[in-house]
Design a protein around this ligand. Structure first.
Ligand SMILES: [Zn+2]
Length: 282
């Protein structure tokens, strides 16, 4: 994000050439790509935690158990080129509202995030939430809620977001969160950026939700610039924490599965506004 801001301060929506082509848009001839650093990750087949095999052997596969979580090691960064929307031409852009993530997520990611939430001193509950609210964190009650009607992918991403609020210490750093839109925006940008990095790094694809969500709260690029070092530090700590807990025994607790019927109405999507304490993703 910093590199994009440096090279094209007016950039709003950027993507690689294949993504643009997939949206039936093409890069205008003569435009130069924006160089960014993309993480290089490799997955090791040899490093499957042994307990993953045990779990598979003793329990029938659940829908969330797509495959054992393989360790993904961050090896460094490589330069790739992306283009801003203004450098492209073609079909109109699809909606830029956050799209709820559908489908499964690696069960180990949910379990790891749940363990880290509990070890931070918070209770984790799946509950009915008001329409459009995916979850919230109530620091005074030491409670994290994830809406019960979310599919596992969105539920897992939402839990990572709430844990981002907790680990980035938002209750203390942004005491005016509930009444000041700038504070709220900074906290939401940090929490969702943390969730984006952590869940992408673990093999999920949260962009359809996270990118519009972050863009909606980051009123200008200064918000992103000022908060990126915190985001990277907290995301790194969370990934290390997840690595650590994944080496231990599987634990019980709320599940990432939907707890209401699949054909229940989906919460409407609209952008959040300042409101209840550390409430997210309305
Ligand atoms: Zn939030």
């Amino acid at each position: 994000m910093l590199l994009i801001a440096a090279q094209r301060p007016d950039a709003t929506r950027v993507a690689g050439i294949r993504t643009w082509n997939g949206l039936n848009r093409h890069v205008v001839k003569g435009e130069h790509g924006i160089a960014i650093l993309a993480p290089c990750v490799y997955r090791s087949r040899d490093e499957v935690p042994p307990e993953a095999d045990v779990r598979e052997a003793v329990a029938p596969a659940r829908p969330g158990d797509e495959e054992p979580l393989r360790r993904r090691e961050l090896q460094g960064f490589r330069v790739v080129h992306v283009f801003d929307v203004t450098q492209t031409d073609g079909a109109p852009l699809p909606s830029v509202q956050p799209q709820l993530l559908a489908g499964q997520a690696p069960r180990e990611v949910w379990d790891g995030l749940a363990t880290l939430t509990t070890s931070a001193g918070y209770r984790l509950e799946r509950r009915t939430c008001p329409t459009g609210v995916n979850g919230w964190t109530a620091p005074e009650d030491r409670l994290v809620v994830v809406a019960e009607d979310l599919e596992p992918a969105q539920a897992t991403k939402t839990l990572a977001h709430e844990l981002g609020h907790i680990r980035a210490n938002h209750a203390r750093r942004f005491p005016d969160y509930g009444i000041d839109r700038t504070c709220r925006g900074a906290a939401e940008v940090e929490a969702e950026s943390i969730a984006y990095i952590v869940t992408s790094h673990l093999g999920m694809n949260p962009a359809a939700y996270s990118v519009p969500y972050i863009a909606g709260w980051a009123e200008d690029l200064d918000v992103l610039r000022h908060h990126m070092s915190t985001v990277v530090t907290v995301a790194q700590e969370l990934l290390e924490g997840l690595d650590h807990v994944s080496e231990r025994a599987p634990r019980s607790g709320p599940s990432p599965e939907r707890t209401v019927p699949v054909n229940a109405p989906t919460p409407a999507q609209h952008m959040p506004a300042p409101g209840a304490l550390l409430q997210q993703e309305k």
